[in-house]
Ligand binder design. Structure first.
Ligand SMILES: NC(=O)NCCC(=O)O
Length: 387
Protein backbone atom coordinates (compact mmCIF):
# COMPACT_ATOMS: atom_id res chain seq x y z
CA UNK A 1 0.00 0.00 0.00
CA UNK A 2 1.42 3.43 -0.85
CA UNK A 3 1.86 6.35 1.49
CA UNK A 4 1.03 8.79 -1.32
CA UNK A 5 0.64 12.43 -0.36
CA UNK A 6 -0.27 13.51 -3.90
CA UNK A 7 -3.94 12.53 -3.75
CA UNK A 8 -5.52 15.57 -2.15
CA UNK A 9 -8.89 13.99 -1.39
CA UNK A 10 -10.72 10.79 -2.21
CA UNK A 11 -14.05 12.61 -2.13
CA UNK A 12 -12.91 15.36 -4.51
CA UNK A 13 -11.56 12.74 -6.88
CA UNK A 14 -15.04 11.19 -7.09
CA UNK A 15 -16.79 14.55 -7.38
CA UNK A 16 -14.44 15.57 -10.20
CA UNK A 17 -14.86 12.25 -12.04
CA UNK A 18 -18.66 12.00 -12.02
CA UNK A 19 -21.47 14.45 -12.69
CA UNK A 20 -25.25 14.71 -12.90
CA UNK A 21 -27.29 11.60 -12.14
CA UNK A 22 -24.17 9.39 -11.93
CA UNK A 23 -22.73 11.52 -9.15
CA UNK A 24 -26.12 11.58 -7.37
CA UNK A 25 -26.31 7.80 -7.59
CA UNK A 26 -22.77 7.46 -6.26
CA UNK A 27 -23.60 9.82 -3.40
CA UNK A 28 -26.81 7.94 -2.58
CA UNK A 29 -25.08 4.57 -2.43
CA UNK A 30 -21.78 5.62 -0.84
CA UNK A 31 -22.59 8.56 1.44
CA UNK A 32 -26.21 7.53 2.08
CA UNK A 33 -27.75 10.65 0.56
CA UNK A 34 -27.76 12.21 -2.92
CA UNK A 35 -27.11 15.65 -1.63
CA UNK A 36 -24.44 16.57 0.92
CA UNK A 37 -26.69 19.20 2.56
CA UNK A 38 -23.95 21.83 2.52
CA UNK A 39 -24.38 24.57 5.10
CA UNK A 40 -23.51 28.14 4.18
CA UNK A 41 -20.22 29.41 5.56
CA UNK A 42 -19.68 33.14 6.06
CA UNK A 43 -17.62 34.70 3.25
CA UNK A 44 -15.33 36.31 5.83
CA UNK A 45 -14.56 32.86 7.28
CA UNK A 46 -13.85 31.37 3.86
CA UNK A 47 -11.43 34.22 3.22
CA UNK A 48 -9.85 33.82 6.65
CA UNK A 49 -9.41 30.06 6.10
CA UNK A 50 -7.77 30.70 2.72
CA UNK A 51 -5.42 33.28 4.25
CA UNK A 52 -4.38 30.92 7.06
CA UNK A 53 -4.27 27.88 4.81
CA UNK A 54 -6.92 25.62 6.25
CA UNK A 55 -9.93 24.01 4.65
CA UNK A 56 -13.43 24.69 5.95
CA UNK A 57 -16.52 22.64 5.16
CA UNK A 58 -19.98 22.51 6.76
CA UNK A 59 -22.87 20.05 6.46
CA UNK A 60 -26.37 19.66 7.86
CA UNK A 61 -27.96 16.47 9.21
CA UNK A 62 -31.64 17.30 9.64
CA UNK A 63 -33.83 14.85 11.59
CA UNK A 64 -37.56 14.21 11.32
CA UNK A 65 -39.72 16.72 13.22
CA UNK A 66 -41.34 15.10 16.27
CA UNK A 67 -44.66 16.06 17.84
CA UNK A 68 -43.59 15.65 21.45
CA UNK A 69 -39.92 16.67 21.48
CA UNK A 70 -38.35 19.86 20.20
CA UNK A 71 -35.39 19.45 17.85
CA UNK A 72 -32.06 19.20 19.69
CA UNK A 73 -29.75 20.98 17.28
CA UNK A 74 -26.01 21.10 18.00
CA UNK A 75 -23.13 22.29 15.88
CA UNK A 76 -19.98 20.23 16.19
CA UNK A 77 -16.56 21.12 14.81
CA UNK A 78 -13.72 18.69 14.23
CA UNK A 79 -10.20 19.92 13.58
CA UNK A 80 -7.32 18.19 11.81
CA UNK A 81 -3.87 19.74 11.56
CA UNK A 82 -0.19 19.15 10.95
CA UNK A 83 2.63 20.12 13.28
CA UNK A 84 3.83 23.69 12.82
CA UNK A 85 7.63 23.59 13.05
CA UNK A 86 10.18 20.81 12.74
CA UNK A 87 10.57 18.28 15.54
CA UNK A 88 14.14 19.37 16.37
CA UNK A 89 12.98 22.79 17.58
CA UNK A 90 12.53 23.56 21.32
CA UNK A 91 9.36 22.07 22.82
CA UNK A 92 7.81 25.42 23.68
CA UNK A 93 8.32 26.61 20.10
CA UNK A 94 6.74 23.44 18.66
CA UNK A 95 3.75 23.77 20.97
CA UNK A 96 3.34 27.50 20.39
CA UNK A 97 3.36 26.99 16.63
CA UNK A 98 0.44 24.57 16.96
CA UNK A 99 -1.40 26.89 19.38
CA UNK A 100 -1.17 29.69 16.79
CA UNK A 101 -2.88 27.56 14.14
CA UNK A 102 -5.53 26.21 16.49
CA UNK A 103 -6.42 29.67 17.82
CA UNK A 104 -7.38 30.71 14.28
CA UNK A 105 -9.36 27.58 13.55
CA UNK A 106 -11.29 27.66 16.84
CA UNK A 107 -12.07 31.37 16.35
CA UNK A 108 -13.55 30.46 12.95
CA UNK A 109 -15.56 27.61 14.46
CA UNK A 110 -16.91 30.00 17.10
CA UNK A 111 -17.88 32.54 14.48
CA UNK A 112 -19.83 29.79 12.69
CA UNK A 113 -21.72 29.04 15.93
CA UNK A 114 -20.02 25.75 16.77
CA UNK A 115 -20.92 24.40 20.24
CA UNK A 116 -18.53 21.46 20.62
CA UNK A 117 -15.03 21.22 19.16
CA UNK A 118 -12.77 18.16 19.19
CA UNK A 119 -9.09 18.14 18.31
CA UNK A 120 -6.99 15.22 17.07
CA UNK A 121 -5.11 12.74 19.28
CA UNK A 122 -2.09 14.26 21.08
CA UNK A 123 -2.91 17.49 19.29
CA UNK A 124 -0.24 19.75 20.79
CA UNK A 125 2.83 17.65 19.90
CA UNK A 126 4.35 15.56 17.12
CA UNK A 127 3.32 11.90 17.24
CA UNK A 128 6.80 10.95 18.39
CA UNK A 129 5.91 7.58 19.92
CA UNK A 130 7.34 5.82 16.87
CA UNK A 131 10.85 6.70 18.07
CA UNK A 132 10.72 4.92 21.45
CA UNK A 133 13.05 7.67 22.71
CA UNK A 134 12.06 9.08 26.08
CA UNK A 135 13.75 12.41 25.59
CA UNK A 136 12.68 14.94 24.67
CA UNK A 137 9.21 13.56 23.91
CA UNK A 138 8.13 12.76 27.49
CA UNK A 139 8.54 16.45 28.23
CA UNK A 140 5.41 17.10 26.19
CA UNK A 141 3.40 15.28 28.88
CA UNK A 142 1.40 17.76 30.93
CA UNK A 143 -1.28 18.15 33.59
CA UNK A 144 -4.82 17.49 32.43
CA UNK A 145 -5.99 20.46 34.51
CA UNK A 146 -3.53 23.26 34.04
CA UNK A 147 -0.84 22.12 31.62
CA UNK A 148 -0.07 24.58 28.82
CA UNK A 149 -2.40 22.93 26.28
CA UNK A 150 -5.43 22.96 28.52
CA UNK A 151 -4.72 26.42 29.93
CA UNK A 152 -4.76 27.60 26.33
CA UNK A 153 -7.99 25.75 25.45
CA UNK A 154 -9.81 26.57 28.70
CA UNK A 155 -9.50 30.26 27.88
CA UNK A 156 -10.89 29.70 24.40
CA UNK A 157 -13.74 27.52 25.69
CA UNK A 158 -14.85 30.26 28.11
CA UNK A 159 -14.33 33.03 25.55
CA UNK A 160 -16.48 31.27 22.94
CA UNK A 161 -18.99 29.51 25.22
CA UNK A 162 -17.90 26.21 23.71
CA UNK A 163 -17.22 22.67 24.91
CA UNK A 164 -13.73 21.61 23.80
CA UNK A 165 -12.29 18.09 23.78
CA UNK A 166 -8.53 18.19 24.22
CA UNK A 167 -6.67 14.92 23.60
CA UNK A 168 -3.21 15.32 25.13
CA UNK A 169 -0.27 13.39 26.51
CA UNK A 170 -1.15 13.54 30.21
CA UNK A 171 1.31 13.59 33.12
CA UNK A 172 -0.34 12.40 36.35
CA UNK A 173 1.80 13.93 39.08
CA UNK A 174 -0.42 12.50 41.83
CA UNK A 175 0.29 8.94 40.76
CA UNK A 176 4.03 8.61 40.32
CA UNK A 177 4.36 11.04 37.42
CA UNK A 178 2.80 8.44 35.14
CA UNK A 179 2.00 9.24 31.52
CA UNK A 180 -1.34 8.58 29.83
CA UNK A 181 -2.94 9.19 26.47
CA UNK A 182 -5.93 11.22 27.62
CA UNK A 183 -8.84 13.21 26.23
CA UNK A 184 -9.94 16.04 28.52
CA UNK A 185 -13.43 17.54 28.28
CA UNK A 186 -13.61 21.29 28.97
CA UNK A 187 -17.00 22.91 29.48
CA UNK A 188 -18.28 26.20 28.12
CA UNK A 189 -17.03 28.07 31.20
CA UNK A 190 -13.50 26.74 30.78
CA UNK A 191 -13.89 24.21 33.61
CA UNK A 192 -12.70 20.62 33.29
CA UNK A 193 -15.70 18.25 33.28
CA UNK A 194 -13.57 15.11 33.27
CA UNK A 195 -11.22 12.98 31.25
CA UNK A 196 -10.96 9.66 29.51
CA UNK A 197 -7.76 7.65 29.07
CA UNK A 198 -7.18 5.61 25.91
CA UNK A 199 -8.36 2.05 26.54
CA UNK A 200 -6.54 0.19 23.77
CA UNK A 201 -2.86 0.86 23.04
CA UNK A 202 -1.47 -0.15 19.64
CA UNK A 203 1.51 -2.40 19.10
CA UNK A 204 1.51 -2.31 15.32
CA UNK A 205 3.92 -0.89 12.75
CA UNK A 206 5.65 2.22 14.09
CA UNK A 207 2.94 2.79 16.72
CA UNK A 208 5.26 2.07 19.64
CA UNK A 209 2.96 3.80 22.11
CA UNK A 210 3.16 1.06 24.74
CA UNK A 211 6.71 2.27 25.49
CA UNK A 212 5.17 5.43 26.96
CA UNK A 213 1.81 4.61 28.55
CA UNK A 214 -0.50 1.83 29.67
CA UNK A 215 -4.07 0.98 28.78
CA UNK A 216 -6.41 3.53 30.38
CA UNK A 217 -8.14 3.10 33.73
CA UNK A 218 -11.17 5.37 33.27
CA UNK A 219 -13.72 2.91 31.83
CA UNK A 220 -16.16 4.31 29.29
CA UNK A 221 -17.33 7.67 30.60
CA UNK A 222 -20.00 9.68 28.87
CA UNK A 223 -19.92 13.39 29.65
CA UNK A 224 -23.19 15.24 30.00
CA UNK A 225 -22.53 18.69 28.57
CA UNK A 226 -24.78 21.67 27.96
CA UNK A 227 -24.99 20.61 24.32
CA UNK A 228 -25.37 16.83 24.51
CA UNK A 229 -23.95 13.59 25.90
CA UNK A 230 -20.51 12.99 24.46
CA UNK A 231 -17.76 10.39 24.70
CA UNK A 232 -14.30 9.88 23.27
CA UNK A 233 -12.96 6.68 21.76
CA UNK A 234 -9.26 7.44 21.24
CA UNK A 235 -7.70 6.25 17.97
CA UNK A 236 -6.86 2.52 18.08
CA UNK A 237 -10.01 1.98 20.18
CA UNK A 238 -11.92 2.31 16.92
CA UNK A 239 -10.85 -1.23 15.97
CA UNK A 240 -12.60 -2.56 19.09
CA UNK A 241 -16.38 -2.82 18.67
CA UNK A 242 -16.90 -3.38 22.41
CA UNK A 243 -15.23 -0.06 23.16
CA UNK A 244 -17.75 1.69 20.91
CA UNK A 245 -20.56 -0.41 22.40
CA UNK A 246 -19.85 0.62 25.99
CA UNK A 247 -20.03 4.33 25.14
CA UNK A 248 -23.42 3.62 23.60
CA UNK A 249 -24.57 1.66 26.63
CA UNK A 250 -23.59 4.60 28.82
CA UNK A 251 -25.81 6.89 26.77
CA UNK A 252 -23.49 8.69 24.35
CA UNK A 253 -25.16 10.71 21.59
CA UNK A 254 -21.90 11.71 19.92
CA UNK A 255 -18.63 9.75 20.08
CA UNK A 256 -15.48 11.49 18.92
CA UNK A 257 -12.57 9.41 17.63
CA UNK A 258 -9.45 11.60 17.79
CA UNK A 259 -6.74 9.70 15.92
CA UNK A 260 -3.24 9.66 14.52
CA UNK A 261 -2.89 7.08 11.80
CA UNK A 262 -0.90 6.69 8.61
CA UNK A 263 -1.75 5.80 5.04
CA UNK A 264 0.45 2.72 4.79
CA UNK A 265 -1.35 1.11 7.72
CA UNK A 266 -5.00 1.98 7.93
CA UNK A 267 -6.41 4.13 5.16
CA UNK A 268 -8.60 1.34 3.77
CA UNK A 269 -10.17 0.91 7.22
CA UNK A 270 -10.75 4.60 7.91
CA UNK A 271 -14.04 5.05 6.09
CA UNK A 272 -15.44 1.85 7.58
CA UNK A 273 -14.88 1.69 11.33
CA UNK A 274 -16.19 4.94 12.71
CA UNK A 275 -19.11 4.82 10.30
CA UNK A 276 -19.96 1.28 11.28
CA UNK A 277 -19.90 2.28 14.95
CA UNK A 278 -22.44 5.04 14.30
CA UNK A 279 -24.74 2.53 12.63
CA UNK A 280 -24.34 -0.22 15.22
CA UNK A 281 -24.83 2.11 18.21
CA UNK A 282 -27.33 4.67 16.88
CA UNK A 283 -25.15 7.68 17.72
CA UNK A 284 -23.13 10.26 15.80
CA UNK A 285 -19.43 9.55 15.30
CA UNK A 286 -16.63 11.93 14.38
CA UNK A 287 -13.42 10.46 12.94
CA UNK A 288 -10.50 12.90 13.24
CA UNK A 289 -7.00 12.23 11.92
CA UNK A 290 -3.88 14.40 11.89
CA UNK A 291 -2.23 15.48 8.61
CA UNK A 292 1.29 15.67 7.28
CA UNK A 293 4.52 13.71 7.39
CA UNK A 294 6.45 14.08 10.65
CA UNK A 295 10.21 13.62 10.52
CA UNK A 296 12.29 12.93 13.62
CA UNK A 297 15.93 13.78 14.31
CA UNK A 298 17.11 10.17 14.84
CA UNK A 299 16.44 7.03 12.86
CA UNK A 300 14.22 4.37 14.45
CA UNK A 301 13.12 0.81 13.71
CA UNK A 302 10.10 -1.16 14.91
CA UNK A 303 11.22 -4.75 14.75
CA UNK A 304 9.29 -5.34 11.54
CA UNK A 305 12.22 -5.83 9.18
CA UNK A 306 11.89 -2.38 7.63
CA UNK A 307 15.12 -0.40 7.27
CA UNK A 308 15.71 2.31 9.87
CA UNK A 309 13.88 5.49 8.96
CA UNK A 310 13.19 8.97 10.29
CA UNK A 311 9.61 9.63 9.29
CA UNK A 312 6.35 8.06 10.35
CA UNK A 313 4.67 8.01 6.95
CA UNK A 314 1.78 10.17 5.88
CA UNK A 315 -0.99 11.09 8.33
CA UNK A 316 -3.84 11.29 5.84
CA UNK A 317 -6.40 13.56 7.55
CA UNK A 318 -9.75 12.69 5.85
CA UNK A 319 -11.75 13.53 8.98
CA UNK A 320 -15.50 13.00 8.65
CA UNK A 321 -18.80 12.79 10.54
CA UNK A 322 -21.40 10.00 10.40
CA UNK A 323 -25.01 10.17 11.59
CA UNK A 324 -26.86 7.30 13.35
CA UNK A 325 -28.59 6.39 10.07
CA UNK A 326 -25.15 5.78 8.50
CA UNK A 327 -25.15 8.87 6.26
CA UNK A 328 -21.79 10.57 6.29
CA UNK A 329 -20.06 13.74 5.17
CA UNK A 330 -17.26 13.78 2.66
CA UNK A 331 -13.86 13.78 4.36
CA UNK A 332 -11.57 16.75 4.79
CA UNK A 333 -8.40 16.84 2.71
CA UNK A 334 -5.65 14.20 3.00
CA UNK A 335 -2.90 16.77 3.43
CA UNK A 336 -4.22 20.09 4.67
CA UNK A 337 -5.34 21.51 8.01
CA UNK A 338 -9.08 21.68 8.22
CA UNK A 339 -12.28 22.41 10.13
CA UNK A 340 -15.35 20.31 9.43
CA UNK A 341 -18.61 21.58 10.88
CA UNK A 342 -21.72 19.42 11.17
CA UNK A 343 -25.10 20.70 12.32
CA UNK A 344 -26.84 17.71 13.84
CA UNK A 345 -30.16 17.02 15.52
CA UNK A 346 -29.60 14.65 18.44
CA UNK A 347 -33.23 13.50 18.15
CA UNK A 348 -31.99 11.35 15.28
CA UNK A 349 -30.38 8.93 17.78
CA UNK A 350 -33.71 7.81 19.22
CA UNK A 351 -35.44 7.94 15.84
CA UNK A 352 -32.93 5.45 14.44
CA UNK A 353 -33.17 3.23 17.54
CA UNK A 354 -36.93 3.09 16.96
CA UNK A 355 -36.53 2.39 13.24
CA UNK A 356 -33.80 -0.25 13.22
CA UNK A 357 -34.15 -1.57 16.77
CA UNK A 358 -30.44 -2.31 17.18
CA UNK A 359 -30.43 -1.52 20.90
CA UNK A 360 -33.62 -3.52 21.44
CA UNK A 361 -32.27 -6.57 19.58
CA UNK A 362 -28.65 -6.49 20.74
CA UNK A 363 -29.04 -9.34 23.31
CA UNK A 364 -26.63 -7.92 25.88
CA UNK A 365 -27.64 -10.58 28.40
CA UNK A 366 -26.69 -13.36 25.96
CA UNK A 367 -23.27 -11.82 25.31
CA UNK A 368 -22.65 -10.97 28.97
CA UNK A 369 -23.15 -14.63 29.79
CA UNK A 370 -21.05 -15.85 26.84
CA UNK A 371 -18.21 -13.45 27.58
CA UNK A 372 -18.18 -14.35 31.27
CA UNK A 373 -17.63 -17.96 30.24
CA UNK A 374 -15.15 -17.16 27.45
CA UNK A 375 -12.70 -15.40 29.79
CA UNK A 376 -12.42 -18.41 32.10
CA UNK A 377 -9.04 -20.22 31.81
CA UNK A 378 -10.78 -23.57 31.23
CA UNK A 379 -13.14 -22.23 28.55
CA UNK A 380 -13.68 -24.48 25.57
CA UNK A 381 -14.57 -22.80 22.27
CA UNK A 382 -18.07 -23.58 21.02
CA UNK A 383 -16.67 -25.28 17.97
CA UNK A 384 -18.61 -28.15 16.48
CA UNK A 385 -15.96 -30.43 15.02
CA UNK A 386 -16.61 -32.32 11.81
CA UNK A 387 -16.87 -36.04 12.41
N1 LIG B 1 -2.65 6.38 17.49
C1 LIG B 1 -3.04 5.13 17.30
O1 LIG B 1 -3.63 4.50 18.17
N2 LIG B 1 -2.73 4.61 16.08
C2 LIG B 1 -2.78 3.23 15.80
C3 LIG B 1 -2.91 2.97 14.35
C4 LIG B 1 -4.32 2.84 13.94
O2 LIG B 1 -5.14 2.45 14.76
O3 LIG B 1 -4.62 3.09 12.78
Amino acid sequence: MSDSVELESFDNLIAASLSGSKLEEFNRIYYGRKDHHFLNIKKSNIEFATRYNFEIAAYDFPARREETRSPHIVKIGIIQHSIAVSTDKPITEQRQGIFNKIRNIIATAADEGVNIVCLQEAWSMPFAFCTREKQPWCEFAESAIDGPSNQFLRELAAKYNMVIISPILERDECHGDTIWNTAVVIDEFGKIIGKHRKNHIPRVGDFNESTYYFEGNTGHPVFETKFGKIAINICYGRHHPLNWLMFGINGAEIVFNPSATVAGLSEHLWAVESRNAAIANSYFTCAINRVGTEKFPNEFTSGDGKPAHKDFGHFYGSSYVTAPDGCRTPGLSRNKDGLLIAQIDLNQCRQIKDKWGFTMTQRLDLYADSLRKAVQPDYECQLIKKT
